[in-house]
Design a protein around this ligand. Structure first.
Ligand SMILES: [Fe+2]
Length: 298
């Protein structure tokens, strides 16, 4: 069995009252949020932490070095899927390569984590209109290069274990049934969405795509593929996902760390839909066997 915790969009280094958030951000993220996480991990050990991106508010040397060190000092290994805020300067990507402290295995933004029951593939996107890869200048339109597609597809074709793909930008919108608003919110880029959904149809070992970016817990189904977004870990109620994989199922559960971080933390009831209900917070995905897996007795 493999268990990991997924948290995202911490935006460490943020200024209160500025930037995008769905719920009040904690005024003392380093002391309260990271101490609460450490305590929770001691009581609830996992094999590793996967951060879904936007670890920092700005991809400058000061914030990268400070928070790479904080995240890698947790009681288990930690890895990062770079988000747009992590890459908001032309030199951010080079700074990450120099100062990631193990958050990017082999100094790569795209990498695999391989375990007995599951393979996790981490894909950092580029952004439309930027003059170089892995730089988020302004547009939120994610771009997956031909080389990235080639590498990912080769990997999926060869995998005999279920694959979970982590990328920062959402693949599914937030439905009106969740928000109570007219129409969907946060619709993904069509081309990006179409490519990833079609990928799961072509490569059934792709079971789950985990993203952040919109600071909302959502879950969508596209045939056999589940896609989910997760709310920001530094916003009340400090949710993270726990993903447990064995030879039968991938189980996803959502935990609020509010009791460990700050039971009194401010909460805005107007946007309580950002937390999602049971169908956005929990799911069980049956593991599909690879057709070319010789260990299958069928
Ligand atoms: Fe983001």
């Amino acid at each position: 069995m493999t268990t990991f915790c997924y948290l995202t969009d911490t935006h460490f280094g943020y200024t209160l009252g500025e930037g995008y958030s769905m719920q009040p951000r904690h005024p003392e993220p380093v002391e309260k949020v990271l101490c609460g996480l450490r305590e929770w991990l001691t009581e609830n050990p996992v094999d590793f932490i996967l951060h879904g991106g936007d670890l920092v508010e700005h991809g400058n040397e000061k914030l990268i070095t400070r928070f790479a060190e904080k995240l890698t000092s947790m009681p288990c290994p930690a890895y990062l899927c770079l988000g747009n805020h992590d890459l908001d300067s032309p030199d951010s990507y080079e700074l990450w390569k120099e100062h990631h402290m193990g958050l990017l295995p082999k100094n790569k933004p795209n990498y695999k984590l391989e375990f007995d029951d599951v393979n996790v593939y981490v894909l950092a996107v580029s952004y439309a209109g930027a003059p170089q890869p892995y730089y988020w200048e302004t547009a939120h339109i994610p771009v997956i290069s031909d080389q990235q597609k080639h590498d990912l597809e080769q990997y999926l074709a060869a995998s005999t274990k279920p694959v979970i793909l982590a990328t920062h930008v959402q693949v599914n919108a937030i439905p009106s049934s969740q928000t109570g608003l007219c129409g969907e919110v946060g619709e993904p880029d069509c081309q990006y969405q179409r490519y990833l959904i079609d990928l799961a149809r072509r490569f059934p070992m792709l079971h789950l795509i985990m993203t952040g970016h919109n600071h909302v817990n959502t879950l969508a189904r596209f045939g056999n593929l589940i896609t989910m977004t997760t709310n920001a870990f530094t916003e009340t109620p400090f949710d993270l996902r726990v993903v447990t994989i064995d030879d039968k199922n991938i189980e996803v559960a959502t935990h609020s760390l509010r009791p460990w971080i700050d039971p009194q933390a401010e909460f805005n009831a107007e946007f309580s839909w950002a937390l999602g209900g049971p169908s956005q917070r929990e799911c069980t995905i049956p593991v599909r066997k690879a057709k070319h897996d010789c260990s299958c007795s069928a």
